[in-house]
Design a protein around this ligand. Structure first.
Ligand SMILES: [Zn+2]
Length: 151
């Protein structure tokens, strides 16, 4: 399959990041820890922002004094974001449950060596087909001007 590798800035950013994560976290255990930390940090940030937006919204509802915050956000924007974040938080919660199961898996030293060996082969390869397949979510094509409408 002679697929041409997209060179747009989103894809290039993805290739670079994908390879860096393999190079810097080349074992099964390191990938477990990396992804667990990644999910947790995403959840923490989304939860805290959701709480803050809810606080702002109830403050607006309880007072007539509308423009008090430094960066004023319209109420419609806040309620819209809260709807979106509610779904995201539910998805992240599900992912965390799945990650917990993955986290319980233990890999022997011999197999970890294999992981490292394969990581070395994968990371410098600019035409890694797995990476191209994974990248479909990062890719900003004109066919999808608004990715939020997919679900
Ligand atoms: Zn692209």
């Amino acid at each position: 399959m002679a697929e041409e590798l997209c060179q747009c800035s989103d894809c290039q950013r993805f290739y670079k990041e994908h390879d860096r994560l393999i190079r810097e976290f080349p074992t099964f255990k390191q990938q477990q820890e990396l992804n667990w930390a990644s999910i947790q940090s995403f959840r923490t940030l989304c939860n805290k922002t959701t709480n803050e937006l809810q606080r702002m919204l109830s403050e607006r509802e309880s007072s007539e004094n509308i423009i008090r915050e430094k960066n004023h956000i319209p109420v419609e924007d806040i309620t819209e974001a809260l709807d979106e974040l509610e779904s995201v938080n539910a998805y992240l919660y599900s992912i965390e449950a799945l990650m917990e199961r993955i986290f319980e898996t233990k890999i022997s030293k011999n197999i970890e060596s294999k992981f490292k060996e394969i990581a070395n082969e994968l990371a410098p390869d600019p035409l890694n087909i797995d990476r191209i397949i994974l990248n479909r979510l990062f890719h900003q094509t004109p066919d999808f001007p608004d990715k939020t409408n997919i679900n």
